[in-house]
Design a protein around this ligand. Structure first.
Ligand SMILES: Nc1ncnc2c1ncn2[C@@H]1O[C@H](COP(=O)(O)OP(=O)(O)OP(=O)(O)O)[C@@H](O)[C@H]1O
Ligand SMILES: [Mg+2]
Length: 252
């Protein structure tokens, strides 16, 4: 795994009612990252990191990401309204290519239905309600990229592994809700499980990459964050409770 990328400049903040309002920062590699650190809870950093790696493992188009390091000396120089960033190791989502914008409802019909079905099952698996889009509003946590294949880029998994995940809300609001029927196909379900298995098996090695400071405080006491077991319990549903897991897709 790459070392954390040192942040050299804090340039601004995502605008528009976002819960963590990530900081747009320049990395030592010359690239811009949307950074979550003091502006989100450590549990959000953990779910963001694990969710992001699982999205990659499942072949989904997700904004590239890395651990980033914000030096206390840099934080010291920031204006008061940027101090919330704090210092230490954060999550950096690589800024999408020029021309990107937030996904809107009319984009959905232009996206590949197969890909949308994969996004739907992925969010169901990781219990992520946070990819909603209707005709008038939503919170898609997905970007539209012009002149790219696919035109879709996923972001934001800090609300995944949600213990209050609601099936009804999920299937009513998810941006790919219309692709639910794709999963009535048993062969498709079996192929998906074959892909998910190695991702599930890699959880403990992935867990080992979580920075210690997201798990324990400066007195070495555990922070109130989800354990690996909790996350594993979400992920193993298609293995240990296969019938229950697929039930919402079998009879529509
Ligand atoms: N990699 C990226 N490239 C471009 N824009 C990004 C990227 N990551 C985040 N953003 C912008 O910042 C906004 C907020 O980011 P994100 O959704 O990760 O934060 P959040 O606070 O967890 O959001 P929410 O309110 O959905 O929980 C995004 O909607 C998008 O406009
Ligand atoms: Mg978001």
């Amino acid at each position: 795994m790459r070392d954390p990328i040192q942040i050299t400049e804090v340039k601004g903040r995502a605008q528009g009612g976002y819960s963590s309002a990530p900081f747009r920062c320049r990395g030592e590699d010359g690239l811009d990252y949307y950074v979550k650190l003091g502006n989100t809870h450590p549990s959000g950093l953990i779910t963001e990191w694990i969710g992001g790696h699982l999205a990659k493992a499942m072949g989904l188009p997700i904004a590239d990401f890395n651990l980033v390091y914000v030096d206390p000396d840099l934080t010291e120089t920031l204006p008061a309204d940027f101090k919330e960033l704090r210092s230490g190791i954060g999550f950096g989502s690589l800024c999408a290519p020029i021309g990107h914008r937030e996904l809107v409802f009319s984009d959905i019909s232009l996206l590949d239905a197969e890909l949308l079905a994969e996004v739907l099952i992925f969010d169901y698996w990781i219990a992520n309600e946070d990819r909603k889009l209707g005709t008038a509003h939503g919170n898609p946590n997905a970007l539209w990229l012009p002149r790219r294949d696919p035109n879709l880029l996923l972001i934001d998994h800090d609300n995944a592994f949600d213990s209050s995940f609601g099936l009804e809300t999920f299937f009513n609001d998810h941006l790919a809700r219309d692709e639910k029927s794709a999963w009535m196909n048993r062969e498709r379900r079996e192929n998906w499980q074959l892909m998910a298995l190695p991702a599930i098996e890699s959880l403990s090695s992935l867990w080992a990459t979580i920075p210690e400071e997201w798990l324990t405080n400066e007195f070495d006491e555990p922070l109130p964050v989800p354990s690996m077991k909790i996350i594993e319990n979400f992920l193993i549903r298609p293995i240990v409770a296969e019938e229950d897991f697929w039930q919402p897709f079998v009879e529509l």
